[in-house]
Write a protein that binds this ligand. Structure first.
Ligand code: FAD
Length: 413
């Protein structure tokens, strides 16, 4: 017979909501803690930015979401639904292939309503401590209302961590930056292009945010220079734009405002925009170093979800990236729920630890740096093939068809 446990879920973003649904389907008693006053996590756009544009000041008020105003999804809508709940929101009567963030949030609100999840969520309640006590877990939380702040502790048989990982910026360490006179900002604090009007901007990074924001800024900035650490990149002006160049890595930032690139060129820049990613952070988790974060590797985690020594009482949903995220989260949530109900049994602790070690070894053998441990398509364990052919066939197929094909391949493997 299936076990019925009391389970805490930290966060009501996509991961927390889907996990709550799967746990509830397995007959668990679920409490979802959400520090803000609404569901959606990343998908709740806020015009508010942090007081420190690089988000380094430990005393700053943290803004959770890193969305910019114009953001449209980088995956087609059909890949951002769940196996039994497709993404079918309409904008002005039309279905957009790449919806805006408002539509994603509306989709998630519909999901919550249709699965009756609201009753499980405690809003304005931040988890400040999760700690194992004998075979159970203490969850300490702080609830804030307009006129009151209250603390409480509650005991659970399991905790699923779903707090997201796009909030605490990673900032590039640039030689000479301390005496460089310009402004710096991380993409976490980018919302609209207007502050970049008539400026010479260097955008560091090669991910989706760097590409998106870099292009958006070209509409108002004097010059935009993309800088990435890829060794193959030579300086070049991008043909479709009047004011966009790509460069190699930054070599040095000088006191007179010049920024030199390793490709031998230099630019008198006004602003450096860091689109350099984010760090995992579980400030509320006390595990006596059973789970650690080392160069953005959270571990040891069996298949990115269960820490072998603390499983199945503690688990993480939503950690991997560069994936078909919503689908991956759903699969992880179903796994956690089936393990907790006893339908699925995890391998012995030693076997899980061995699997993690093997994963690390494969990453090393393939020269994949530690900080990419949770980047799925590079995972050699899954043996993802070289996708360069995608760019060849993408000239003949729509992006959506290519993505769908990729997803089918990744599931099939
Ligand atoms: P989040 O959405 O971050 O939710 C975490 C929740 O936990 C939040 O509500 C937060 O308030 C809450 N929380 C945190 N700490 C606590 C605490 N201590 N106590 C209580 N509550 C807490 N994915 C796609 O599939 N397609 C895209 O196009 C796409 N674009 C993206 C663009 C940007 C700029 C970014 C940053 C991400 C994008 N993503 C995209 C990835 C996106 O983050 C995931 O789709 C998804 O939102 C992750 O959900 P999550 O629940 O894991 O985390």
């Amino acid at each position: 017979m299936a076990r019925s446990l009391k389970v805490a879920v930290v966060g009501a973003g996509v991961s927390g909501l889907v996990t709550a649904r799967e746990l509830q389907r397995e007959g668990q008693q679920v409490v979802v803690y959400e520090k803000s006053n609404q569901i959606g996590g990343t998908w709740v756009y806020s015009p508010q930015v942090e007081s420190d544009p690089l988000s380094l000041d430990p005393k700053r008020e943290i803004v959770h979401s890193s969305l910019y105003y114009s953001l449209e999804t980088n995956l087609p809508r059909r890949l951002m639904g769940f196996s039994d709940y497709p993404f079918t929101i309409r904008k002005n009567g039309e279905l957009r292939t790449f919806p805006g963030h408002q539509e994603v949030l509306q989709f998630l609100n519909n999901f919550v309503q249709d699965f009756g999840l609201l009753d499980f969520i405690r809003f304005n309640t931040e988890v400040v401590r999760v700690e194992q006590q004998n075979d159970q877990w203490v969850v300490e939380s702080r609830r804030s209302t307009c006129d009151e702040l209250s603390s409480s502790e509650e005991i659970f048989e399991a905790v699923v961590v779903c707090n997201g990982h796009y909030t605490i910026p990673k900032v590039a360490d640039l030689p000479g930056i301390k005496s460089w006179p310009g402004k710096q900002i991380h993409s976490h604090n980018y919302r609209v292009p207007e502050p970049f009007r008539d400026q010479v901007v260097i955008v560091i990074g090669a991910g989706p945010s760097a590409m998106d924001i870099g292009q958006e800024i070209t509409k108002v900035a004097k010059e935009v220079h993309l800088s990435s650490r890829s060794p193959e990149i030579k300086v070049s002006k991008l043909e479709m734009f009047n004011n966009l160049w790509q460069h190699s890595k930054i070599e040095y930032c000088y006191e007179n405002g010049l920024v030199a690139f390793q490709d031998g060129t230099s630019v008198a820049a006004d602003i450096i925009l860091h689109c350099t990613g984010y760090k995992y952070d579980f400030y509320f988790l006390r595990t006596n170093d059973t789970v650690t974060i080392d160069e953005n590797r959270v571990g040891p985690l069996y298949k990115h979800v269960f820490p072998p020594v603390l499983a199945p009482g503690l688990s993480f949903v939503g950690l991997p990236y560069r994936a078909v995220t919503f689908f991956m989260i759903e699969v992880q949530a179903k796994w956690v729920a089936s393990v907790l109900s006893g339908k699925v049994v995890l391998p012995p602790k030693e076997e899980m630890l061995h699997d993690v070690e093997q994963h690390y070894r494969l990453l090393e053998e393939n020269r994949i740096p530690k900080h990419h441990t949770h980047r799925l398509p590079l995972d050699p364990v899954i043996k993802v093939p070289d996708y360069s052919w995608v760019f060849v066939i993408s000239t003949r197929f729509t992006t959506m068809q290519v993505f769908e094909y990729l997803m089918i391949i990744s599931i099939w493997q």
